[in-house]
Design a protein around this ligand. Structure first.
Ligand SMILES: [Zn+2]
Ligand SMILES: [Zn+2]
Length: 376
C-alpha cells in the first residue's frame, strides 16, 4: 500500500517551519484522537499516520533523510539506512565483528530513560555555614505527567510498544565508509520503546516541565564549594524510569571579619599602639555569636597570635571544634591632637635613653652603624 506523503498527512508545505508543523500536528491530532473517536477505525488509522509523519518531520535529521529518500529512508535496506534513521541492514558478519568490539545491545531488553540530574546553587554567609540552615531552592525540572500517570500513553494500560526502528535495542547501527557506527535510535531516543497513542499533555514523554521548590538542609560546618546530593530529586524519568538526582552547590560568601581555614577561624584585630604597649584585655566576637575575652600582654607586636580553643568551626561528623586565632596588628596613631603630640614628644625623649624599650629598633641601628664602619 502506497503511503501518503508525510507533509500531505500533516497538511503542510514541504518547506514548513517546525512551529507550523507542530501547530498542524496538534490540530489534527486533537481531531483524530481515539479518545474523541471511540470505535472509529479510520480515525485511529489517521491518528497513527499523523504520529508517524510528525515523528519523522519534527526531527531535523530524520526530516532531511525523508526529504532526500522519501519513505525508503526508513525501510530496511533503504538508502537512508546508512543515514540518520537507519534500520538493521548489517546483521551478518560485520555485525558480529562490531559486537565483539563494542558489545552488543541486547535486543528486546527494555531500556528506560533515567531522569536528568539537576544542579542548583545556594549562596550563604559564613555564620550560616557555621550553624547550618534549612533553605529552599527553586529548580526548573520535569515531573511525572499526571494525565498519563507517567506512562506517556493516552491509554494508561496500553504502555509502550517496542520501537520498530531499533527493535527495542535503543541503538541503531549504520555504515560510514568502512566503519559501522552505533548511535542512539532517533525514533525512540534510546529507550527502545515508543508510545503509539501518546498522552496529549506530555506528548508521550511521561514527564512535563515544572518549577519545583525543594527544601535543602545545609549541614553545620559546610565548606565553600560543597556539593550536596539530593537523591531522586532530579528530573522524573521518562515513562516511569528512575528520577535523576539534584546536586546543590553551596557557595560561602567571604566574611567581613572572619576568615576560615578548615576548622579554624582567623580574625585580624587592630590594636591601638598604647594597648599593645601596656597590655590589657580586649573583647572579640566569635562565629557562634558569643564574645570572648583575650588578654593582651604588655609589649604585644603586630603579627602576634592568640588562640581561643574550640571557638572555630565544628569538625564534620564529630563533636570537636576547631580553634579561633586572633591575629594582632598594631596601628600607628594618625591625626594626632596637640596634646597627644606633646605626650609623644615627652615619650620619645624618655625612649631615647631606654635601650631595651625597642630591642628590634636598637638592634637594627646597631647593625647599620657596624655597616658604615665597615665591620660587616
Ligand atoms: Zn502524559
Ligand atoms: Zn528505537
Amino acid at each position: 500500500m502506497a503511503k501518503q506523503d508525510y507533509y500531505a498527512t500533516l497538511g503542510v508545505e514541504r518547506g514548513a517551519s517546525a512551529e507550523d508543523m507542530k501547530k498542524a500536528y496538534r490540530k489534527l491530532a486533537m481531531q483524530y484522537h481515539p479518545d474523541r473517536n471511540p470505535g472509529d477505525a479510520k480515525a485511529e488509522a489517521k491518528f497513527k499516520e499523523l504520529n508517524e509523519a510528525y515523528d519523522v518531520l519534527k526531527d531535523d535529521q530524520k526530516r532531511a533523510a525523508y526529504d532526500r529518500f522519501g519513505h525508503g529512508a526508513f525501510e530496511n535496506g533503504g538508502p537512508g539506512a546508512a543515514g540518520a534513521a537507519g534500520g538493521f541492514g548489517f546483521e551478518g558478519g560485520l555485525g558480529d565483528i562490531f559486537e565483539q568490539m563494542f558489545g552488543a545491545p541486547r535486543r528486546g531488553q527494555e531500556r528506560t530513560q533515567t531522569g536528568a540530574d539537576l544542579r542548583a546553587s545556594v549562596e550563604i554567609d559564613l555564620v550560616e555555614a557555621f550553624a547550618g540552615l534549612k533553605t529552599n531552592v527553586r529548580v526548573a525540572t520535569r515531573v511525572s505527567c499526571d494525565n498519563c500517570a507517567g506512562t506517556g500513553s493516552a491509554d494508561k494500560n496500553a504502555g509502550a510498544d517496542t520501537c520498530g526502528t531499533c527493535g527495542g535495542a535503543g541503538r541503531v547501527r549504520a555504515q560510514q565508509g568502512f566503519f559501522l557506527v552505533e548511535r542512539t535510535c532517533p525514533t525512540c531516543g534510546g529507550s527502545g520503546r515508543v508510545v503509539r497513542n501518546p498522552c496529549r499533555v506530555c506528548a508521550g514523554a511521561g514527564t512535563v516541565p515544572r518549577e519545583k521548590t525543594l527544601a535543602v538542609q545545609i549541614p553545620a560546618g559546610v565548606e565553600d564549594g560543597t556539593r550536596i546530593r539530593l537523591s531522586g530529586e532530579g528530573e522524573a524519568g521518562g515513562r516511569g524510569a528512575a528520577p535523576g538526582d539534584l546536586y546543590v552547590h553551596v557557595a560561602v560568601r567571604p566574611h567581613a571579619i572572619f576568615q576560615r581555614d578548615g576548622a579554624n577561624i582567623f580574625c585580624r584585630v587592630p590594636l591601638r599602639m598604647t594597648q599593645a604597649a601596656m597590655g590589657g584585655e580586649i573583647e572579640v566576637p566569635a562565629i557562634d555569636g558569643t564574645g570572648a575575652k583575650v588578654k593582651i600582654p604588655a609589649g604585644t607586636q603586630t603579627g602576634d597570635q592568640f588562640r581561643l580553643r574550640a571557638k572555630g568551626f565544628s569538625v564534620l561528623r564529630s563533636a570537636q571544634r576547631g580553634d579561633m586565632y586572633i591575629q594582632v596588628a598594631v596601628e600607628t596613631p594618625q591625626n594626632l591632637t596637640r596634646r597627644q603630640r606633646e605626650l609623644l614628644e615627652e615619650f620619645e625623649k624618655e625612649a631615647k635613653g631606654h635601650a631595651t624599650g625597642s630591642p628590634e629598633h636598637e638592634g637594627f641601628f646597631a647593625k647599620v652603624r657596624d655597616f658604615f664602619e665597615g665591620k660587616t
